[in-house]
Design a protein around this ligand. Sequence first.
Ligand code: TRP
Length: 335
Amino acid sequence: MTKEIVLTGITTTGTPHLGNYVGAIRPSIEASRIDSNETYFFLADFHALIKCHDPARVQQSRLEIAATWLACGLDPEKATFYRQSDIPEIAELNWLLTCVTGKGLMNRSHAYKAAVDENVSADQDADYGITMGLFCYPVLMSADILAFNAKKVPVGRDQIQHIEMARDIAGRFNHIFGQHFVLPEAVVGDETSLLKGLDGRKMSKSYNNTIPLFEGEKKLKKAINKIVTNLLEPGEPKDPEGSTVFEIYQAFATPEQTAEMRQKFADGIAWGQAKKELFELVNSELSEAREKYNELMASPEVVEEILQAGAKKARARAQSLLKELRKSVGLVNFN
Ligand code: TRP
């Protein structure tokens, strides 16, 4: 049976929060347990350099994100788990792809256009502060995916355009140099996997509305208490639809627990009580992993060893593809 190749990466600039866990890490680990999948998960640390020029932050984030995946139950025997920067073949493929990518395609990238728009509205030069790293971001992301010929790429909605660009770039390379790449597809989780943050907007580091994943019970409780609610009093029926407290509860609950909480909302549960029950539920799912996380953060050498082994597996795969690609573009030895 040929397995379906599933691949995703997380940019190593931040500390993982509850939204990363529910939206990306937990479903990816579930996917890695399905026998018909071959999974590749990586730390997108080359991508981190695009938006972060603080070496200590990048380094710390790489460790935190690696420890998070492992603490949450990723089995490095089942999935191939590695750092992007440990795979020089990705950088090499990045160049091969750059040479078939139209500049016009990159001009249409949302991330780049947003940066230009921001400059224009601030009366700056359109290209102010925009690096070639940002401009070519979708090419590097294509290299990540195509180096392993991944078919399914789980991502957030904001990344769909990048996967479409990877398809375009792969198609163009195939057209010029022969059939080498599978065309990848974005897999976007359902609405429930997009967690809302404290203020009701999508949970995101850039909105500063996140709930921490492994920063301890106290901080978890404090953040949950800060979730914005309406002003309904205890005893007044509350609408679970659109309630951040209810939605986060649902992301951790069994269908039975969700039905019970729905009834409690109808019966007018106090917000303070609902938040208490939310904290208890989330904490019970996370407390074991939190211990594991703290252990791993205290033993970076253990994490390093796992990542080295992952890089070895990943490189073997990427090297054989790159050998083929070099040949196809006319880069072969003379003997
Ligand atoms: N750009 C993605 C993000 O910010 C991270 C990423 C980098 C990625 N390379 C990837 C995701 C390849 C999927 C596949 O979310």
